[in-house]
Design a protein around this ligand. Sequence first.
Ligand SMILES: [Zn+2]
Length: 73
Amino acid sequence: MAVQLDPQLLEILACPCDEHAPLEAGSPDDAAADVLTCTACGRRFPVVDGIPVLLLDEALPAEPKAPDDGTAG
Ligand SMILES: [Zn+2]
């Protein structure tokens, strides 16, 4: 189930990283994931019982970029 957050709440939330960038619901590869993804560093923060856990220690690292083997595109 997708993250259900008040849009106004999502608007004021910011990543605890140096950029303090806005967060987006879901992850790049799964828009329905129960995570918030930082638009700057790409860290993903779990949402537990509707409460975003904005702790760097709890964050999932950014998705590693797929190796460019030249077959795509
Ligand atoms: Zn960040």
